[in-house]
Design a protein around this ligand. Structure first.
Ligand code: AMP
Length: 291
């Protein structure tokens, strides 16, 4: 007989989610939360698999959060595949797919925002005004309805990770933030839902992000620790690809994103698609497979 309690449920309201979480918590079960915006790929699934291994119950949220989009056309064009996402998450044995509507999440009158200090205002935050307030607000809401012991995030969004860790600590959530490494294609491109919007030729141009990070990492491994020289190496690779336009490329401290450090971060436009990537210098960055 199938275990009825373990069949994947789709829940769409915060109150329904909270009811389920409270039932699990009172039964002494540990809950994992994996927040996503859907259009799932293997990067998301690496988080889901780790969450399943570490916890009794797993909730994956699929919600394209309007609050974190600074440009409405970007929100409108964000890839969506709710049916495909539910099917994939069923196969992964996820307990709940939490898919609230925008009205469920932000009923009329909702106006509270969570702002995580200066971290939200630099680099990615400076280029996408209000983005991290949107992220911190939705993640706080997810924490409050899912009641997780642990929440899983990808290093692919390094600044988001720093912000969520800070927020989880500052707000005394007691939630453990687990960070998983960036999953890449064989040629080095970091998996991203936005990659689906790249044309075949743009897909080739997009390799410049991982190439720039690899070049910087090699310089670091050769003994260079000066942030401005490391940054210059990254910019030189980006400049060699005229069809890519960088918003920023920096080498910063992985906690404050301002001081010099060992995290190389970059945001680059390829056509109309904005891609981000990063690498903790000194860690191995495998050479791309030649096809
Ligand atoms: P998103 O749906 O893009 O908001 O991403 C949901 C979660 O998956 C975030 O914590 C991301 O950092 C993580 N993620 C996205 N892409 C990757 C990747 N290539 N490798 C690992 N984690 C990822």
């Amino acid at each position: 007989m199938p275990d009825v309690d373990r069949a994947t449920k789709v829940i769409s309201s915060p109150s329904g989610m909270l009811l389920q979480s409270r039932t699990w918590r009172s039964a002494g079960l540990s809950i994992a939360l994996v927040p996503t915006m859907g259009a799932l790929h293997d990067g998301h699934l690496s988080l889901v698999r780790r969450a399943r291994a570490d916890n009794d119950r797993v909730v994956v949220s699929v919600f394209v959060n309007p609050l974190q989009f600074d440009v409405s056309s970007d929100l409108a064009r964000y890839p969506r595949d709710p049916k495909g996402d539910v099917a994939v998450l069923r196969d992964e044995g996820v307990d709940v797919v939490y898919m609230p509507s925008v009205d469920d999440m932000y009923p009329q009158g909702a106006c509270t925002r969570v702002h995580v200090g200066h971290l939200s205002d630099v680099l990615e935050g400076a280029h996408r005004l209000g983005h991290y307030d949107g992220v911190a607000t939705v993640v706080t809401k997810l924490f409050n309805s899912v009641l997780p012991e642990r929440a899983y995030f990808g290093q692919k969004d390094a600044q988001q990770v720093a912000i969520i860790k800070r927020m989880a600590r500052d707000l005394d959530t007691g939630i453990e933030v687990v960070v998983m490494p960036t999953v890449r294609e064989a040629d080095g491109l970091a998996l991203s839902s936005r990659n689906a919007r790249l044309s075949a030729s743009e897909r080739g141009v997009a390799l410049v992000l991982s190439q720039a990070l690899r070049a910087t990492n090699e310089l670091w491994l050769g003994g260079e620790t000066d942030s401005s020289r490391l940054r210059a190496a990254m910019v030189a690779v980006l400049d060699s690809q005229p069809l890519a336009k960088a918003d920023y490329a920096e080498v910063v401290d992985p906690e404050d994103f301002v001081s010099p450090g060992n995290l190389a971060v970059l945001a680059v436009w390829v056509g109309e698609v904005r891609l981000i990537d990063n690498h903790r210098l000194g860690q191995p960055m495998p050479s791309p497979a030649i096809s």
